[in-house]
Design a protein around this ligand. Sequence first.
Ligand code: NAD
Length: 351
Amino acid sequence: MRHFSADHLTRLTTAIFEAAGWPEADAAEVARHCTLANLSGHDSHGIGMVPLYIRSFRDGWLKPANTPVDRINAPPFLVIDAQVALGQPTATNAVQRAASMAKTQGVAILNLIDAHHIGRIGDYAEQAAAHGLISFFWVNVAGRPPIVAAHGAKEGRWGTNPHAIGIPSPDGAHMVLDFATSRMAHGKVRVALNKGERVAEGYLIDSEGRPTTDPAVAFAPGPLGALLPFGEHKGAGLAFMVELLSAGLAGGALIKDKPARTWIINSLFGILIDPLRLDPDEAARADRIASVTAFLRAARPQDSADPVRAPGDKEREMRALRLRDGIPLDDETWRQIAEAAAWFGIDAEAG
Ligand code: NAD
């Protein structure tokens, strides 16, 4: 395990995507997003994804020429076909446009279909919250084999179809609840595989539907097992709704339709709401948020070393820690990143 500064990883990722042919602003947005995911403790959606994006680029799926087009731009509705454009800049642009719509209309309904992998969904809830907006996001995962079991099934039916809700807090410590509908994000299984670790019991089944702790069952080329959904029928039901809402209604890529590839396609359904339209008294709202959050945090913890937290607290704590100590990357993840950089003649160590 080595530690890297956020600046080093940001510069490196920007250089890789610029070398691959993307404009500097798009390359910088992927770098910002991935580095912030690592800083937030979500290594599954950090710079460790870069080798996969570059494989997708080298295989000819992800191209700088892929350009999003508007299908519907009729406020408060915004429907964009991303046409497999680079995920993070495409989704950020879509959310920023929806945010300005919500500021003028009170609400915006966004459907972004068929973007390349868009990363950590909480990032978009944080962007909406920075505009003072409430947000809801649901995202499906297609272009790969199903990896999350349906409730009661021996095999996968869905991607890890994440769900995020953001509530802006006037003190800037926004409430962001952001999670995969599987008990564990697929990328976290990849991190365990790269580290040579087992995962805890209760997260995975093998290709015969038997419980296992071996992360290899979640990745080709072996026979594919599946991740279990969180909350049994509740998480599994949410994953199904996410598949329909994000991609199934507007005709985005569905997990049932695509063969295994080295790409990941995300479609996103988002609702952004200006809370001033619900209650113009911003100070009263701030007091209510503060008192409910204080009530939560004041609960007696099971473990005195592990305080009771609100959504978003963990990420804030992790950012403070990793900005101080650096971002840890295991050797296999770093080897893959260095290999992706070297393909463009970039020395990953150079910083
Ligand atoms: P997770 O299990 O780490 O849960 C994270 C959420 O729980 C955060 O909102 C966090 O603030 C909150 N939380 C964590 N610990 C807490 C505690 N002790 N007390 C109170 N709240 C706590 O998340 P995950 O399911 O592993 O998902 C990881 C990331 O993967 C997410 O950012 C998600 O958006 C992303 N993801 C993306 C895709 C994609 O295709 N783009 C697919 C799946 C997941």
